[in-house]
Design a protein around this ligand. Structure first.
Ligand code: RM4
Ligand code: MN
Ligand code: MN
Length: 428
């Protein structure tokens, strides 16, 4: 264990009396509404969201990156940091790796290393939005959608390598996000770029084993600022339907225009059986990559309202993957990721306690206010005691961030991991 179990135990013990009081009060409140708190604790215990390997390093903007203390030196340190997050929250059982950032020579050994921390692997992310030192051709003008067939072929090869890595790690999916697009009107044919992308993706798709999915991630803009090839869920769905049933559409919450109704996009993708899953984060303007639930917790709740509704009615093909995708520029990434994991679980449990029968009846009767109040009641319920109970029953911390601070983990790793000096730009 990376954090002393005695420490976690004694902190939990100190919080016990107040927690039991609050848990009991919430249980009685929910009972009056006909909701069994025990069932919600079980749901919270079964919940898990994947941590992005790149999220445990300090992020930055295109202007600057200000490294923190004890920055992970590579995938081995990143796994340890993810292990801390899982140990204290017990709701982040998988890691989503990014290739080539997390490349190693022995993936079986990496799988075992992760398992020692109680971690498995989620979707493998390919990267053709940067050039690597040892790379033959540049992605400056795009990758899978590039006008040049030799560059497209190089990007296809990289994605097929990611599939192989995914097989070795036991990952359920390959996530493909490309930065391809244009910065000038007329730079490329918008139609031809999409066609190039589709034919390159056909080759990647053909390399998928039957038990591996392909997640297509759309993003409105950045790094291309005039047009982006897979800019929205429409392009993503067209691509998925073109490729075949293993291709699905991944929704990164920050990849839409401000004020877009993301929960409705979720409902549409559920309807068509193509919802791959999520990259959770929060935003005010664009791909801000702020911590989930830190700016618009109600929007997060509304997304989960769609998910829980789909789950409970047994929507066909509904099995989304849940991942975090954030950039922690001014906080300790471990604290941010633990906080986000808790906020995401909170939205899930709040959505789970909505009285679906009453909501359906109000909707049937066109009773607008009753429907809204029924939905909002879920959001207005403080489910913190349920989340804390679920964590503690599994050996996690009553307050993960407080336990992490008390453990001195960051000081400890800062002694082993060399200081990163100066500030450079870039996303990670
Ligand atoms: C992108 C996108 C991808 C992530 C990269 C690092 O904006 O969200 O999911 O792989 O950032
Ligand atoms: Mn993303
Ligand atoms: Mn993003």
């Amino acid at each position: 264990m990376l954090i002393s179990e005695d420490l976690v135990g004694s902190l939990n013990e100190a919080a016990k009396a107040a927690h039991e009081d609050e848990f009991g009060a919430l249980g009685r409140k929910l009972q009056r509404q006909g909701v069994d708190i025990e069932a919600l604790v079980k749901r919270a215990m079964a919940w898990s969201v994947a941590v992005p390997s790149w999220g445990v390093g300090t992020g930055g903007t295109r202007f600057a990156r200000f490294p923190g203390r004890g920055e992970p030196r590579g995938i081995h340190d990143k796994l340890a940091d993810c292990g801390v997050i899982q140990q204290l929250t017990r709701g982040t059982r998988t890691v989503s790796p990014h290739i080539p950032w997390d490349k190693v020579s022995d993936y079986n050994a990496l799988r075992q290393e992760a398992a020692q921390y109680g971690l498995g692997f989620d979707a493998v992310n390919s990267n053709t939005f940067q050039d690597q030192a040892d790379q033959g051709l540049s992605y400056r003008y795009g990758s899978l959608a590039n006008a040049r067939s030799d560059i497209r072929a190089q990007a296809v090869t990289h994605n097929i390598e990611c599939i192989e890595i995914g097989k070795a790690l036991g990952a359920p999916a390959l996530t493909v996000w490309i930065g391809d697009g244009t910065n000038f009107a007329g730079q490329q044919s918008l139609g031809r770029m999409f066609e190039n992308y589709l034919s390159a993706m056909e080759e990647v798709y053909a390399a998928l084993p039957p038990n591996m999915a392909m997640f297509i991630e759309h993003k409105m803009y950045e790094p291309a600022f005039y047009s982006t090839v897979i800019s929205d869920w429409g392009s993503s769905l067209m691509a998925a339907q073109h490729l075949g049933p293993q291709a699905k559409c991944l929704v990164d919450l920050g990849h839409h225009a401000p004020n877009v109704n993301i929960e409705q996009i979720v409902a549409r993708l559920v309807h068509v059986g193509r919802l791959a899953g999520f990259h959770f984060n929060d935003s005010k303007y664009g791909d801000d990559d702020l911590d989930a639930g830190s700016v618009e917790p109600f929007r997060l709740f509304l997304v989960f309202n769609e998910l829980v509704e789909a789950e409970l009615r047994g929507a066909k093909g509904f099995a989304p993957s849940y991942m975090i995708d954030q950039s922690h520029n001014v906080t300790d990434p471990i604290e941010s990721l633990m906080g986000s994991a808790v906020e995401i679980a909170r939205a899930y449990i709040q959505a789970s306690l909505v009285d679906r029968k009453a909501l359906g009846e109000a909707q049937e009767a066109n009773d607008v206010m009753a429907a809204h109040r029924t939905l909002k009641a879920g959001f207005l319920t403080d489910v913190s005691p349920i989340l804390a109970e679920a964590r503690m029953r599994q050996g996690g911390a009553f307050d993960p961030i407080a336990a992490y601070r008390a453990s001195g983990y960051r000081d400890r790793v800062a002694k082993e991991r060399p200081e990163v000096k100066g500030s450079s730009s870039g996303i990670v």
